[in-house]
Design a protein around this ligand. Sequence first.
Ligand SMILES: [Fe+2]
Length: 292
Amino acid sequence: MLGVGLGLRVPHYRHVLEHRPRVAWFEVVTENFLGNRGGSGGRPLSILEKIRSHYPVVFHGVSLSVGSKDPLDKIYLKRLKALSRKIEPALISDHLCWTGIDGKNLHDLLPLPYTEEAVRHVARRVIEVQETLGRKILLENVSSYLTFRHSEMQEWEFLTEVCNRADCNILLDINNIYVSSRNHGFDPEVYLKGVPAHRVRQFHLAGHADNGTHVIDTHDAPIREEVWNLYRKALALFGPVPTLIERDDKIPEFHELEAEMKTAMRFQKELDEKPFTRRSAKVDELGHRAPA
Ligand SMILES: [Fe+2]
């Protein structure tokens, strides 16, 4: 599966179903379709099934809380597995973060300390998730605004260690890398070069607010020039990785997202004209590259 996809959002359901726009695939926020804890998906599920009959779909979760000390939510995983059997998403992803503790959901994607202890903890839990689901997942880097005194490695080293030990894949959010690089003062290209290319299976692109002294990841605005520039560098390093235009708030008219999708497609097309620095020539049926 190659190309550029869009995040499926409620205001666009009708447009997509009635007009079936030319979009390579849609990403859905998994939790919106899991239904109640009894497992009934209701109307959202019937809409997702209709969308799925016309488009490939990928799942993107926000509540796995893989970094938390709380036990993994077995009921959530069971429902995720059932939904994935029904919809057959091309990819399943969640975030390298924690979202709550002691049974309380903080409704935010919170960063972890980058320590060996945290690597072992998260990798063990990712293995458990993958064994339950019977397939690999992707972990996405989150934006952050603080660092921990206890951290023993850089964020990209932490991401790499977790994914190598758990044998899971990576969803690189290019905007989140940019946001964190500004807030913490690292070079975003060093980040890109520090992750294992063969595990990078999806990109996210989104907007942010630049406050000068710090940058806030809002996901509620058009993609900014500096993120497009970093995306082009990521394409040169990793090849035409499936890319999502991600807008989570202040959802615009569908055509505005389509315009950003076309920009990303144009940058992917440019790759045809130049060789990639780290891409393997071997590509499987889903467009995934074999390890170099
Ligand atoms: Fe993202």
